[in-house]
Design a protein around this ligand. Structure first.
Ligand code: SAH
Ligand code: SF4
Length: 391
């Protein structure tokens, strides 16, 4: 891309975007224009219940008011740079923001419902070795408008406005499992999710929202207190040695602290269990001994597992565990009384599956990242074997 065309992508819009303002901030913006609070409520309804994209559509506002709002505000979503639909109906949007940066949003349909997988950052500060996004440097946090906007454009794409009131929605659930670590962008994620949860708008409730984290312990506590959404933890290993190799954040927040944050998570109960995501990496975390260690680790936490066959990406040094190994790993967990489904990969053909999302800002060359991860994987296997043989 030439520098000129890169510049041309950047918006020069100076009006305030109403999408992404908290309810209080929207009220303040209207008050600053001398407008009454009920006007803000009306506009909220148009934006988040009806899906209006401009003031012209807001027909119960006077023409004068519409013109005034138009002068000061916009109702803007990010733009869709590319939309792809997989042979299994999974849909992925490459979403572009005002400054030209991009992230990805994915919809994973089931028969009559489905989850929208939303990104929270462009890139990621963390470098989990099995994750494609982790090879990309963190460019920036997404704003509340950019987070809510991803869900709104998914609804645009499926024609799900106004918000169906009978709860029968194709886009029924939200998972914060796209690019980035949502708990390293907590404030913006929280503002966005509060907008999404509001009953008089998009109205996807906290029981239909799951936030996945690599384990940012202090923010897990805030997430529980302020949002109360379902929690998923990217666990991926039952011991600190292995986990620190594949997920460097474990050095900062080791398993003992992470497990305590899970025990303390409000609302964690048998009816509302924490999900432990576990990516199956051949030879690294998939042996019967790993399964037994895992059972011991989580024994007093109301939880279930989600076993994710590793999704490869160009340049990865890892391999997915064999199907038989995954089956017996799952069986060990079921036998111990845990729910442990094996997640069917979705949208692999369009690189939309877990851990495959990545836009174009590189951090490491593919060769560097491959070599580093291969060396570390060997070290982890050796550490595990040494520990096993010493018990
Ligand atoms: N940053 C958050 C959320 C995004 S990742 C987190 O790490 O939890 C969503 C899930 O996909 C996480 O469980 C992540 O560990 C997993 N994942 C990452 N790379 C993967 C890959 N290549 N194959 C399968 N799952 C992967
Ligand atoms: Fe970031 Fe999550 Fe990928 Fe780790 S798994 S690099 S935290 S997006």
């Amino acid at each position: 891309m030439s520098p000129d065309s890169a510049r041309a992508e950047v918006s020069t819009e100076t009006r305030t975007n109403l999408v992404g303002l908290s309810r209080a901030a929207l009220g303040e913006a209207f008050a600053a224009l001398g407008e009454k609070p009920f006007r803000a409520k009306q506009v909220w309804h148009w934006i988040y219940h009806r899906g209006a994209r401009d003031f012209a559509a807001m027909t119960d506002l006077s023409k004068d008011l519409r013109a005034k709002l138009e002068n000061h505000f916009v109702v803007a979503r990010p733009t869709v740079a590319r939309e792809q639909t997989s042979t299994d109906r999974t849909r992925k949007w490459l979403v572009q923001f005002d400054d030209g940066q991009k992230a990805e949003t994915v919809f994973i349909p089931e028969d009559d419902r489905g989850a929208v997988c939303v990104s929270s950052q462009v890139g990621c500060t963390l470098t989990c070795r099995f994750c494609h996004t982790g090879t990309q440097r963190l460019v920036r946090n997404l704003t509340p408008a950019e987070i809510v906007g991803q869900f709104m454009l998914a609804r645009d794409s499926y024609g799900e406005w106004p918000t169906p009131t009978d709860e029968r929605r194709m886009l029924s659930n939200i998972v914060m499992m796209g690019m980035g670590e949502p708990l390293y962008n907590f404030d913006n994620v929280a503002t966005a999710l509060k907008i999404i949860m509001a009953n008089d708008g998009i109205a996807v409730g906290k029981r239909r929202i799951t936030l996945s984290t690599s384990g940012v312990v202090p923010e897990i506590r805030r997430c529980g207190a302020e949002l109360g959404v379902n929690l998923a933890i990217s666990l991926h290993a039952p011991d600190d040695d292995t986990r620190s190799v594949i997920m460097p954040i474990n050095k900062k927040y080791p398993l003992k602290e992470l497990m305590q944050a899970c025990r303390d998570y409000p609302g964690a109960s048998n009816a509302r269990r924490i999900t432990f995501e576990y990516v199956m990496l051949k030879g690294l975390n998939d042996t019967p001994a790993h399964a037994r260690a895992l059972i011991k680790l989580v024994k007093d936490i109301p939880c279930k597992f989600n076993l994710i066959p590793f999704n490869p990406w160009p340049g990865t040094p890892y391999e997915c565990s064999d199907a038989a190994t995954i089956d017996s790993f799952a069986q060990t967990l079921w036998d111990a009384g845990f729910t442990a489904p094996i997640r069917t990969p979705r949208g692999r053909d369009i690189l939309a599956a877990c851990g495959q999302l990545k836009t174009d800002s590189e951090r490491l060359s593919a060769k560097e990242s491959r070599e580093r991860a291969a060396a570390e994987a060997e070290a982890a296997k050796v550490m595990w074997a040494e520990k096993e043989s010493s018990v």
